[in-house]
Design a protein around this ligand. Structure first.
Ligand code: SF4
Length: 351
């Protein structure tokens, strides 16, 4: 299985918590960037894509015409398998019916919408550009345009967020026929405006929100298939599953990662440098036996499939983790409480 990721490092404005490589850009930079992507696509080793993912940043800022050029080039070079999953990330403020109909025409069949919250106070705190009303309208427009496989991103742990406000966000989101939900705890990254702001939410409150999320997703028929992801049956993200299963993928763009033939690559976080030399495989990071083992444990324990018992160290203390895990089909799997404490448990396994 082969997956292709195309990165767009542009955003209208930085969200207050964002540590990703993204910045505003003018039309000339967008054109230069699109040409660099086309060159990288042309020069890559071509294999038919089982999944294609346009992420960012805000891919929509490239505009429909450039996105169509990129899609055409990908079809001509890599090719797409007949049932390929083709996702594009959208933000509510840049989603329009015209753009959606162009994306449909290009063949995208999955939308991932950055909702984050449906409470205006929380959106304002995060520095998002959209309102709750715009996010709901964008969701309606996506379904009206005929997309059936739709994911929404939400955040918990936002200061001021309460059980009531998070519950209301989830209820409204889940009243739409979304097939997938991604949920992330707000991170206070150094170097972001939020990194210097007053303290994050208390851990106990955050855990309450997490358990609320797990319960509401379950009630809505979404399976918790990875720590941060929930899906209706048959709608788990094939693209992200490729990362967790360690199958081959190529990421094109600054700060994009690739994993090909057992070697990882990480492109520099520098858009100007990428425009000058759009080679995604400049920095190989060979993986030793121990690295491969640690990756398999870390990535496996993030998912509902867990890891084979054979990957656990000899003398592993099952009793210590009995409230957070279970064993099924000779696999060690974390339960929901275990997912919440996964970092600590993974450290325990890898000791
Ligand atoms: S839209 Fe996403 S990538 Fe862009 S600034 Fe906000 S969080 Fe960062």
């Amino acid at each position: 299985m082969f997956s292709l990721y195309i990165h767009t490092p542009f955003c209208k404005q930085k969200c207050r918590y964002c540590a990703f490589h993204s910045a505003p850009a003018d039309e000339m930079q967008k054109e230069q960037y699109c040409n660099a992507l086309l060159k990288a696509i042309e020069n890559a080793e071509h294999r038919p894509c089982a999944t294609l993912y346009f992420g960012g940043g805000t891919p929509a800022l490239l505009g429909a015409e450039r996105l169509a050029r990129l899609m055409k080039k990908i079809r001509q070079t890599f090719g797409l398998l007949p049932d390929a999953e083709m996702t594009i990330e959208l933000n509510p403020e840049s989603t329009t019916p015209e753009l959606l109909s162009a994306l449909k025409e290009m063949g995208f069949n999955r939308i991932s919408l950055g909702v984050q919250s449906l409470c205006d106070k929380e959106l304002h705190f995060l520095g998002r550009l959209h309102s709750a009303e715009r996010a709901k309208d964008a969701l309606s427009e996506i379904f009206t345009a005929g997309f059936q496989n739709v994911s929404a991103d939400v955040m918990f742990g936002i200061p001021g967020q309460t059980e009531e406000s998070f519950s209301s966000t989830l209820d409204t989101l889940l009243s739409f026929p979304i097939t997938h939900l991604s949920a992330y705890g707000l991170q206070w990254e150094e170097g972001t405006p939020l990194g210097n702001a007053p303290q994050p939410m208390e851990e106990e409150t955050e855990e309450t929100l997490w358990l609320l999320l797990c319960r509401k997703a379950k009630e809505a028929g979404l399976e918790h298939y990875e720590i941060s992801n929930f899906a209706k049956e048959g709608y788990a993200s094939k693209h992200n599953s490729a990362y967790w299963r360690r199958t081959d993928y190529l990421g094109i763009g600054p700060a994009a990662h690739s994993f090909l033939h057992g070697v990882r690559y990480s492109a520099p976080e520098d858009t100007a440098a990428f425009i000058l030399n759009p080679d995604p495989l400049q920095n190989p990071l060979p993986i030793g036996e121990r690295d491969a083992y640690e990756e398999a444990v870390m990535l496996g324990l993030r998912t509902k499939d867990g890891i084979p018992l054979s990957l656990l160290p000899s003398g592993f203390d099952f009793e210590r983790y009995q409230d957070f895990s279970y064993i099924e089909h000779n696999r060690f799997i974390l339960n929901e409480r275990g997912f919440y404490l996964s970092n600590t448990i993974i450290q325990g396994v890898l000791q």
